[in-house]
Design a protein around this ligand. Structure first.
Ligand code: FAD
Length: 291
């Protein structure tokens, strides 16, 4: 199928993009990798009258790893995250989650900003960005604001972005010492959208859990607050993790569709939560060659 007619704009600077977005309002959509927007247009589920192509705007494409902060330009390709040595070494949960997105051809085109703005419920990057407490830099014509990842995802495929606002960058804080991580998901086949997924961070101090971040898939990424509170200050054991997984999923809201029931998804999240806590624990104290 072909999309409905639209007018194509090819700005080369961020200011030109913001100016077009201001003029065209909700008749326009930014085009990033096109991996979600173009299929939606072909299916006539999206009918923008104007497409503002971001692909020639080089200032939106960067990866900067500082001492305490990783900054990712919105037009950075997903594949670049997966292959960055700095991300692999310092934010490995991002690389791991990104490698689960579709197939390599999709990650070659798909962008970080596009995935976050699209906010698909089973998408990997929103989960990880909430777990890492990332901030999103959002701009419109004469204004810039910073939105916490916990506030960015509002409802099913709906974000805090206004029609004339562009996500320009993502800021991710560094992980503290002795923080283990895990990203786990279940899909029918490799490369399919996940039926359930969990992003976990576990920080330890003198053998006890100092902090925990447990984010589960749902309409929007769901923070398992009760489980996190339960884990803080505990000695990490299998039975503690089992109880945390129970707390995380006992009232977890999930949707049913043709791929899986809500009940299946809830149970799958519980299993993944327990496994991911175990894996994060093992990574919090990496083995040295003397062990
Ligand atoms: C076969 C297939 C399998 C896939 N599997 C997965 C998967 O397993 N996991 C997963 O997470 N994704 C998956 N995807 C989606 C893929 O990750 C997309 O790349 C992503 O969802 C959208 O990114 P994009 O750069 O292609 O954005 P686009 O499709 O260009 O845009 C998506 C939406 O975001 C808006 N947008 C884009 N950039 C910005 C911005 N900077 N500011 C504001 N709004 C913006 C667009 O206007 C549009 O509404 C799959 C796609 C396909 C085709």
């Amino acid at each position: 199928m072909k999309p409905p007619k639209f007018e194509y704009h090819n700005p080369t600077t961020l200011l030109q993009v913001l100016d077009l977005m201001h003029q065209l309002g909700d008749t326009a959509r930014p085009l990033a990798g096109g991996q979600s927007l173009v299929p939606l247009m072909n299916l006539r589920l999206a009918r923008p009258q104007h497409l503002i192509d971001l692909n020639s705007v080089q200032e939106l494409r960067f990866l900067r790893a500082g001492n305490n902060l990783l900054e990712i330009g919105a037009m950075t390709r997903q594949r670049e995250l997966e292959r960055s040595i700095e991300i692999l070494e310092r934010w490995p949960i991002i690389a791991e989650a990104t490698s689960c997105i579709g197939h390599v051809q999709i990650r070659n085109r798909g962008t970080v900003g596009g995935s976050l703005a699209h906010a698909f419920p089973s998408a990997e990057l929103p989960l990880v960005m909430v777990a890492l407490e990332a901030s999103f830099i959002v701009r419109k014509e004469n204004h810039q604001r910073q939105v916490a990842s916990s506030e960015f995802f509002v409802n099913y495929m709906t974000t805090a972005l206004e029609p004339d606002e562009l996500l320009v960058a993502i800021q991710v804080p560094s992980l503290s010492k002795h923080t283990g991580w895990s990203f786990q998901e279940i899909s029918l086949r490799h490369g399919d959208f996940a039926l359930a997924g969990v992003a976990t961070l576990l920080s330890l101090n003198e053998g006890l859990i100092r902090d925990a971040s447990l984010i589960l898939t749902g309409r929007i990424p769901i923070r398992a607050t009760e489980a996190e509170e339960f884990l803080r200050g505990q000695k990490p054991t299998e039975s503690i993790f089992q109880e945390a997984a129970r707390l995380a999923t006992v009232n977890l809201e999930q949707d049913s569709d043709i791929h899986a029931s809500a009940d299946y998804r809830r149970r799958a999240c519980g299993v993944l939560a327990r496994r991911s806590l175990q894996e994060a624990l093992a990574r919090a104290y990496p083995k040295t060659k003397d062990d």
